[in-house]
Design a protein around this ligand. Structure first.
Ligand SMILES: Nc1ncnc2c1ncn2[C@@H]1O[C@H](COP(=O)(O)OP(=O)(O)OP(=O)(O)O)[C@@H](O)[C@H]1O
Ligand SMILES: [Mg+2]
Ligand SMILES: [Zn+2]
Length: 507
C-alpha cells in the first residue's frame, strides 16, 4: 500500500514543499527513510515507531519505506515526524485520508507519547505551502498562531491522535483557529527602551545617526571613552523607520527559521538590531555549519548590525563582512551545495582612536607607544573602513554641554524626519530598502548632479581621495540628505555635507 502526503522543509531561510511517500510491502520487517534525510529526519524513525504505538495505533509488521521527494534536496529538522507517521498510518489503512485532505501540508515533531511539539521555522514552512498552492496546514497547536500569519487556513493539533482524527474526518473539519484566537497580524512598533533626549551635545553624532537611519548608511563613530558612542548606538532602534509589509514578513520568516520568535509574536514592524559580542566567530557572524543556520548578518537583514569596540573583533570575522556589505546577501557553501541568504543590513560601529582612547586630544594627550597605535588601527583594514559611508569623530563631552539645562531632542521627533525621508526614497525606488541600496546604474539615472557638485567631486578624485566606490557612497548619502531636506534634486550643499561625513574636509 502506498500513501502520499505533503509537508515542507527549509533550505537557508526559504521553505520548499516535500512529498512524503510511505510504502508498505511484505518482507522482513524494517523501517527506512530515503530521499536525503538529515540527522534529525533519520532519527524520526525511532520517534515515529514509539509515537504510533503510544497513540494507540499499530506499527505495521512489514517492510516500511518512506521516501522524501525531491530526493536531491537535503531535509533537516524533526518536523517531518508528523507527516511520516501519518503516511505510515494511511498506508497501513489505519486512517482513511479523504480526497479533500490532499491539499494539506503537515509538519510537527512527535514526542514518544504521541503528543506534538512545536517546531522552528513554522512561518517559512507554511509560506512555502501557501506559495505552492496547498489549501491548508496541519501544525502543532503551539505553532498555529505563527503559521496563521501567512493567511493560509491552519489547523492546530496537540497530538498524533488528533491529527489522524482530523485527516480521517468524514466531513470537512471546521477551521480550528477562530479569528479571535489569532494574534494581531502586525505588532505596533514597541517603544525603544532608550531615548535620544538622554544624549547631551554631540550634535555631529546625532546628525550622523539620523542620516544613517534615514538611508540605511554604514556609520563609524570614533571617540574617546565615555563620549557617548555606545549610548548613541543603543538609541538607533528608536529612530529607525518601521518595516514595510513585505519586509516585515521577510524578517519574521528569517527569525522564525532561526528560532528567535515567541509563538505569540505577531509580525513585528521594528527593524532588527543585532549587537554581537567582539568574540563572535566568523561562523556565527556569517552563518553556516552542518545545519546551515543564518548568521548575525542575516538576522540583521533590513535592520542594523552594531559592532561596538570594532578593533576588538576577530579580523577574519570582520573581513568576512566585506562581500555581504557590497552584495546585500551572503552565500554559504556546504559539502555539496551552496545557499544564498539575504543580508541587507547597515553596519554601525564604534571604536576608540587608540588603545588609551585619547589620541588627537590636546589636554591630557595620548600616551600609547606608536607601534601599539598602529597595531590597533590595523585591526580594521582599509577596505573595511572604505565601506563606512559616514565616519565621524566624537570629542569628549564639554562640561557645559553635560550641564546644559535642556534635554536633547527626543527620539520621536527625529524618527518623524527619518520616516518622511524614507518614504520619499522608497517612492522613488519602488522596492524595499533605503538609499544605501541604490545601484550604480540607479545613481546615474535617479541622482543627476549639477555642475558645482561635479566639480567638487572631481577635485576629490583628482586629489586621490575618492575611488569609484567612494563616489557612489557619497552620492547615496547626498541623496539621503536631499530626502531629509525634502529636496527633489541633489544640491551642492548635500554633496559637500556627504563628503564631510565621509571624513573629507578638503581635497
Ligand atoms: N553625550 C552624552 N550625554 C549624556 N550622557 C553621556 C554622554 N556621553 C556619555 N554619557 C554618559 O556616559 C556613559 C558612558 O557613555 P558610553 O558608554 O556611550 O561611552 P562610549 O563612548 O561608548 O565609551 P567607550 O569607548 O568606553 O565604550 C553613558 O551611559 C552616559 O551616562
Ligand atoms: Mg562604548
Ligand atoms: Zn592612546
Amino acid at each position: 500500500m502506498l500513501a502520499t502526503l505533503w509537508s515542507a522543509a527549509v533550505r537557508g531561510v526559504d521553505g520548499f514543499l516535500v512529498r512524503v511517500e510511505a510504502d508498505l510491502s511484505n518482507g522482513l520487517p524494517c523501517f527506512t527513510t530515503v530521499g536525503l534525510p538529515g540527522g534529525a529526519v533519520r532519527e524520526a524513525r525511532e520517534r515515529v515507531v514509539s509515537a504510533v504505538r503510544n497513540a494507540g495505533f499499530e506499527f505495521p509488521d512489514q517492510r516500511v519505506v518512506v521516501n522524501l521527494a525531491p530526493a536531491e534536496q537535503r531535509k533537516e529538522g524533526a518536523h517531518l515526524d508528523l507527516p511520516i507517521a501519518l503516511g505510515v498510518l494511511a498506508a497501513s489503512g489505519q486512517i482513511e485520508a479523504k480526497s479533500w485532505s490532499t491539499g494539506f501540508c503537515a509538519f510537527g515533531e512527535l514526542a514518544l507519547d504521541g503528543s506534538l511539539r512545536p517546531v522552528r521555522g513554522a512561518l517559512a514552512l507554511t509560506l512555502a505551502a501557501r506559495e505552492c498552492g496547498m489549501r491548508a496546514a496541519l501544525v502543532p497547536s503551539a505553532n498555529a498562531a505563527e503559521a496563521a500569519l501567512t493567511g493560509l487556513p491552519v489547523f492546530g493539533v496537540g497530538s498524533l491522535t488528533e491529527a489522524a482524527a482530523l485527516l480521517g474526518d468524514r466531513e470537512r473539519p471546521r477551521r480550528r483557529l477562530p479569528s479571535d484566537e489569532l494574534p494581531p497580524p502586525e505588532r505596533p512598533g514597541s517603544a525603544c527602551a532608550y531615548d535620544l533626549s538622554d544624549v547631551r551635545g554631540q550634535a555631529l553624532a546625532r546628525r550622523a545617526l539620523e542620516i544613517s537611519a534615514a538611508g540605511g548608511h554604514n556609520l563609524l563613530m570614533v571617540g574617546p571613552p565615555g563620549s557617548g558612542k555606545s549610548m548613541l548606538a543603543r538609541r538607533l532602534p528608536g529612530i529607525l523607520p518601521p518595516l514595510g509589509g513585505d519586509e516585515a514578513l521577510e524578517v519574521a520568516r528569517i527569525h522564525s527559521v532561526a528560532g528567535l520568535r515567541a509563538p505569540s509574536d505577531g509580525i513585528p514592524r521594528e527593524r532588527p538590531f543585532r549587537a554581537p559580542h567582539a568574540t563572535a566567530s566568523t561562523l556565527s557572524m556569517i552563518g553556516g555549519g552542518p545545519a546551515c543556520r543564518p548568521g548575525e548578518i542575516v538576522l540583521a537583514h533590513r535592520g542594523v548590525l552594531f559592532l561596538d569596540e570594532l578593533p576588538e573583533f576577530r579580523r577574519g570575522a570582520l573581513e568576512a563582512l566585506r562581500q555581504p556589505l557590497e552584495d546585500h546577501s551572503v552565500t554559504v557553501t556546504r559539502v555539496r551545495d551552496s545557499i544564498r541568504f539575504p543580508a541587507d543590513f547597515s553596519l554601525v560601529a564604534a571604536m576608540n582612536p587608540c588603545p588609551c582612547g585619547r589620541a588627537g586630544r590636546v589636554k591630557n594627550p595620548c600616551v600609547c607607544p606608536e607601534p601599539s597605535v598602529r597595531r590597533y588601527r590595523n585591526r580594521v583594514s582599509g577596505p573595511m573602513l572604505d565601506r563606512f559611508d559616514l565616519r565621524i569623530e566624537l570629542a569628549p563631552l564639554p562640561f557645559e554641554d553635560w550641564n546644559a539645562p535642556a534635554a536633547g531632542e527626543p527620539s520621536a521627533a527625529v524618527r518623524e524626519r527619518v520616516v518622511a525621508a524614507r518614504s520619499r526614497s522608497s517612492a522613488r525606488l519602488n522596492r524595499p530598502g533605503g538609499n544605501a541600496g541604490l545601484t550604480s546604474a540607479e545613481l546615474r539615472t535617479l541622482c543627476p548632479l549639477g555642475a558645482g557638485s561635479l566639480r567638487l567631486i572631481e577635485s576629490f578624485v583628482e586629489g586621490g581621495k575618492l575611488s569609484a566606490r567612494g563616489i557612489d557612497r557619497i552620492l547615496r548619502v547626498a541623496r539621503t540628505l536631499a530626502d531629509l531636506a525634502g529636496s527633489a534634486s541633489i544640491e551642492d550643499p548635500h554633496v559637500s555635507e556627504a563628503l564631510f561625513y565621509r571624513g573629507y574636509a578638503d581635497p
